[in-house]
Design a protein around this ligand. Structure first.
Ligand code: NAD
Length: 258
């Protein structure tokens, strides 16, 4: 049981592709805590998986949204407005980089690969927040985006995705400043390595996860549920004084020098 009460909240979670997605752990935690959840999925390829998972939640709204398409973002929020008329929080758990941009030399990053990675993994938070804020109304709300420490430190091979995470965290701070007067909080959640579809695309991921477990103060890897619990806290009223923050859920790995 997740011990946060979110009974009166409705929220949108983007980024469920399968049962290993961080977004799915978050959506389940939200559902258990009493929130009503909308799941936005990328495309037809993931739809059957998302629909199968969604059927285990309490009356979720399920809607397609490729975040590189403004029309689809518009249609998603139009549907939420039509069906719910309000939104309390948004969880962004989306990233993509073409395979050729991961591993190999960062020096070879292509212009097209840079644009695509930054568009999906960082820029998307801006139009999504733009769509969500009007639905949050005067009572405000919360936005949480999942990030990774490659924004602050070098993880060889992570390459342009590190660039995107740095941009994402700057966007979090910029939005936090701009949306604060409207009582909308914007935070990042920097997760340690977790075995997911996205992680499979990162060369050397198993070694990275192993080294993380060895060097982290807690001497282990984190779990999906630990990320979900922190996300539940950040979208809840218990976090009402926190905005612009990037919270590390990484067993303490980020504090280490050696
Ligand atoms: P995942 O592959 O399950 O999730 C990535 C999601 O992004 C998928 O649902 C995919 O459909 C979605 N997506 C990609 N392009 C999209 C587009 N154009 N429009 C809409 N959706 C799109 O993997 P994950 O590990 O759960 O990743 C979720 C987030 O967590 C990402 O931001 C990732 O960088 C971050 N993260 C992951 C780890 C890890 O070790 N797995 C660690 C830190 C941060």
């Amino acid at each position: 049981m997740d011990h946060i009460e979110l009974q009166d909240k409705v929220g949108l979670v983007l980024g469920v592709a399968n049962e290993r997605s961080i977004a799915w752990a978050i959506a389940q935690g939200l559902d258990r805590s009493g929130a009503r959840v909308a799941l936005a999925y990328q495309n037809e390829r993931v739809r059957p998986h998302v629909e199968r998972l969604a059927a285990t939640l309490h009356g979720p709204l399920v809607h397609p949204c490729d975040v590189t398409e403004d029309d689809q973002i518009g249609a998603l929020f139009a549907r939420i407005e039509r069906e719910w008329g309000q939104l309390d929080f948004l969880v962004h758990s989306i990233a993509f980089a073409p395979a050729r941009e991961l591993g190999g030399e960062f020096l070879r990053t292509s212009r097209a690969g840079f644009h695509e990675t930054l568009d999906v993994s960082a820029y998307s938070l801006i139009p999504l927040a733009r769509g969500a804020v009007p639905l949050m109304g005067p009572r405000g709300g919360a936005v949480v985006a999942i990030t990774f420490q490659a924004s602050e430190r070098v993880f060889p091979g992570y390459n342009v995705m590190g660039t995107a995470k740095a941009a994402l965290e700057q966007i979090i701070r910029q939005l936090a400043c701009e949306l604060g007067p409207r009582a909308v909080r914007v935070c990042g959640l920097s997760a340690g390595p977790l075995r997911t579809l996205a992680a499979r695309g990162i060369p050397g991921f198993p070694e990275m996860a192993r080294s993380h477990a060895e060097r982290a103060p807690l001497k282990r890897n984190i779990t999906h549920d630990e990320v979900a619990h922190a996300a539940l806290f950040l979208v809840s009223d218990l976090a009402s004084g926190i905005t612009g923050e990037v919270l590390h859920v990484d067993a303490g790995y980020h504090i280490m020098g050696v």
